[in-house]
Design a protein around this ligand. Structure first.
Ligand SMILES: *[C@@H]1O[C@H](CO)[C@@H](O)[C@H](O)[C@H]1NC(C)=O
Ligand SMILES: *[C@@H]1O[C@H](CO)[C@@H](O)[C@H](O)[C@H]1NC(C)=O
Ligand SMILES: *[C@@H]1O[C@H](CO)[C@@H](O)[C@H](O)[C@H]1NC(C)=O
Ligand SMILES: *[C@@H]1O[C@H](CO)[C@@H](O)[C@H](O)[C@H]1NC(C)=O
Length: 472
């Protein structure tokens, strides 16, 4: 949640600041305050879940999830497009939670966006204990405003930012696998080692999203005043949330489909080798280059959503096959990109992202990232031909989804000679055929075949791997 604060803090960081931060943490540890007499913030916490007993067995669907997106009047005009890209009016429950009432030029509030609510004025609560940053407790408090209105039948609460992009079908399918009557805190780390070090390896980074089961969210709400006072000196909203959740006795369940995106530059290397889990969220598209060449950030977001609308379950799932006649390796990141490498490379290697992006914190030292990377290379046997999503269509007979990927630019290198000199420069389009059926069981990746190579076009078909199939 503390995205811009985190960014400013990290990018301007020097060693002495690290010590200041460590000092602050120590300060926090020795300074945990006695429970205050709680100054009530207006509202009585909600009771435990109220679903009738038989409803418990219905599979979790979108109507069971409440979304609270933290925003501000100032950032709204540039960022509303991110929320509008995934919000389903009258189907998604929740609000964008603003710092103050929108001025007349922002009204009437668009039907295509989440309705807004204002976060409570906490000045009364902090009359005696001043928070380090006023913004941080207010961001944590958003869950109170959300649950105040969205409670009936709510099983899960998802908190994010106004520049978070969510993939609702996948969120539903992932959460349906968990028991919502238990206490759960789902999220994921920052991609940046130093961010996790400075804040916590145990916290969900809120821009990527903080997912709480209802019992946990309700417990957090009940303790909200006490929590905000105990951790008033904390410098990040996400850290306050984690601390308060830890005080409830719950710790993080990491989920690799949730992305804080503390990276800069060209994100394509990461998106072309996404971990093999359903994509749930992205944050910080503003901090990256647009993810598709020759499109701006909003157009890129909507373009990715075209694929998401056709099949979220396969979105960014990496499938690898080989064209043995030419010694090519083909890697498809469904709905986003495809690559041809001019030699045979194992999956274990191709599933490592190419380091097209740059670290979040300038001046920091390796290791930058929480995952392994491959360097960018100009070796013809190493550098892929790169293709990006062009179009998505559905055919009815047979029932298939056809995604096409268009060459981004000429590779500008000679062919890989050690693999037999088979240049792929003439290929300009890759067409990928996939089943229309959602792929919920992803214990194993899909397999693919190069169906044909004709002229400038390559056709690839996705299918389930055979029982003993080895991808090599
Ligand atoms: C979601 O589940 C509820 C039961 O809790 C059910 O009444 C409702 O029809 C379901 N909605 C959808 C869209 O399936
Ligand atoms: C949502 O529902 C309201 C009232 O029921 C209706 O006026 C509005 O047109 C709907 N919006 C969309 C985008 O369907
Ligand atoms: C919050 O309330 C205090 C008085 O309790 C008031 O002085 C302050 O202006 C209010 N802040 C906002 C943002 O409304
Ligand atoms: C594929 O590459 C290997 C060396 O890696 C080479 O021995 C073989 O001849 C190549 N095959 C073709 C069809 O070029």
């Amino acid at each position: 949640m503390a995205s811009s604060y985190l960014k400013n803090f990290l990018t301007s960081c020097t060693l002495w600041k690290t010590f200041v931060v460590i000092g602050l943490f120590l300060n926090l540890i020795v300074n945990i305050q006695k429970p205050h007499q709680l100054l009530s913030t207006i509202w009585v916490p909600p009771p435990p879940p109220t679903q009738p007993a038989d409803d418990h067995h219905h599979r979790t669907n979108l109507s069971h999830i409440a979304f609270g997106m933290m925003g501000s009047v100032q950032t709204w005009p540039q960022r509303r497009g991110y929320l509008e890209a995934w919000w389903r009016p009258n189907k998604t429950r929740g609000y964008v939670l603003l710092d103050r009432a929108p001025p007349p030029e922002l009204l009437p509030w668009p039907q295509t966006a989440p309705p807004y609510r204002l976060v409570d004025n906490l000045s009364e609560l902090f009359r005696d204990t001043k928070p380090l940053y006023e913004l941080m407790p207010r961001m944590v408090h958003g869950v109170v405003e959300l649950l105040r209105e969205e409670r009936d039948g709510v099983r899960w609460v998802v908190m994010g930012d106004d520049d978070s992009v969510l993939f609702l079908d996948n969120i539903v399918d992932v959460l349906a696998e968990y028991d919502h009557s238990k206490y759960y805190y789902l999220g994921w780390h920052s991609e940046s080692v130093i961010s996790n070090f400075w804040y916590s390896f145990d916290q969900a980074f809120g821009g990527g999203g903080i997912v709480m089961s209802y019992p946990l969210a309700a417990a957090l709400v009940r303790d909200m005043d006490g929590c905000l006072l105990r951790y008033a000196q904390s410098r990040s909203a996400d850290l306050i949330s984690m601390s308060c959740i830890a005080d409830v006795g719950v710790s993080l369940t990491p989920h690799k489909g949730i992305h804080q995106v503390d990276l800069h530059g060209d994100f394509s290397g990461y998106l072309s080798a996404h971990p093999k889990v359903p994509l749930m969220t992205f944050h910080h598209f503003d901090a990256m280059d647009p993810i598709f060449p020759s499109m701006d950030r909003m157009q890129s977001t909507r373009h990715l959503m075209n694929a998401a609308d056709a099949d979220q379950s396969r979105l960014l799932q990496q499938t690898i096959c080989y064209h043995k006649k030419t010694n090519w390796s083909i890697s498809v990141s469904w709905g986003y990109s495809a690559q041809i490498y001019e030699r045979i490379m194992p999956r274990s290697y191709l599933q490592m992202p190419i380091e097209t992006f740059t670290p979040w914190a300038s001046g920091s030292e390796r290791p930058f990232y929480m995952f392994n990377t491959r360097p960018q290379s100009d070796d013809p046997c190493e550098k892929p031909h790169f293709f990006f999503l062009q179009s998505v269509s559905t055919t009815t007979s047979p029932h298939q989804i056809v995604t096409t990927y268009k060459r981004a630019r000429p590779r500008g290198l000679p062919p890989c000679s050690s693999a037999g000199n088979h240049p792929a420069d003439s290929i300009t389009n890759i067409q990928v055929i996939s089943p229309t059926k959602k792929r919920l069981q992803i214990d194993r990746c899909e397999c693919c075949d190069v169906v044909r190579v004709r002229g400038a076009k390559m056709e690839v078909g996705l299918r389930e791997c055979k029982i003993d199939e080895i991808i090599a």
